[in-house]
Design a protein around this ligand. Structure first.
Ligand code: SF4
Length: 255
């Protein structure tokens, strides 16, 4: 029997042009996200990111406030005892692990970055700074690029979290297995100055429409752009097929 050929995958095309179209549709849906007037301090943002892992915003904030009230200058955490940190951040969960990470990160920052300040960090080339930050134990691509985007105000930085990863892969802008791989595949294709807007709006979209379970494809403004095989115009429980001709249609190749 002749061996069956596996179906050819269509080329993914130009990520920047597709992102521009997606960004424009999401802007119509959510508007342009506004930055906070005051950028967070880089070290404070790093510590807050560690504290936010595996917990909700309320408990993570409580842990942060406890820590800040005892250590107003986070660099002083380098000389602290893990047991003291555990006590302060317990409310946020996995306190043993987080306290070790926090102490290590601060100690390494003191060793490797003579001045961990926005002005100094901003003067470094983005990707090389992100690589240097990743050398800090406990800091990955997401945390490092969050620091660039949020604390340094770098509008070309583009952190990839689980929502951004899921949406970009479903649409077919990238085809990657993990958020880190998606980040590496897309980071050089972000339309200039649009990292903040696209990052925030993709997260909103991933939370509200393109959810991990039962995405609302029937209410999706980028349905025509999406390459996800399981996308469906039928709401859950609905079995009547929807007339696709009523949906705005544009081939990816035309973008
Ligand atoms: S069509 Fe469905 S899977 Fe595709 S982007 Fe929209 S909500 Fe997500």
């Amino acid at each position: 029997m002749a061996k069956q050929k596996s179906p050819k995958r269509r080329p993914l095309g130009r990520p920047t042009s597709k992102l521009v179209v997606v960004a424009s549709r999401l802007r119509d849906l959510f508007g342009v996200p506004q930055r906070q007037r005051k950028l967070p301090d880089p070290l404070e943002l790093l510590i807050a990111t560690v504290l936010s892992q595996n917990t909700n915003d309320v408990n993570s904030h409580k842990a942060y406030v406890n820590l800040k009230s005892k250590y107003p200058h986070f660099l002083d955490l380098a000389d602290s005892k893990a047991s003291e940190i555990v006590r302060l951040i317990k409310v946020g969960g996995i306190a043993n692990k987080k306290s070790r990470t926090i102490i290590n990160v601060v100690r390494e920052i003191r060793k490797r970055f003579p001045r961990f300040e926005r002005k100094i960090l901003k003067s470094e080339e983005r990707n090389s700074l992100i690589d240097r930050l990743r050398e800090l134990n406990g800091v990955g691509y997401k945390t490092a690029s969050c620091l660039s985007l949020f604390a340094l105000g770098d509008d070309d930085a583009f952190p990839v979290d689980t929502h951004v990863h899921r949406v970009l892969n479903r649409i077919g802008i990238v085809s990657e297995k993990t958020p880190d791989k998606t980040y590496l595949a897309i980071r050089d294709f972000i339309p200039p100055g649009m990292g903040y807007e696209i990052h925030i709006n993709l997260i909103r979209f991933g939370r509200k429409v393109c959810t991990a379970q039962r995405p609302k494809c029937y209410d999706c403004v980028i349905f025509d752009l999406c390459r996800w095989k399981e996308k469906s115009l039928n709401p859950p429980g609905e079995i009547t097929p929807v007339d696709e001709s009523k949906v705005r249609f544009m081939h990816l190749e035309e973008v």
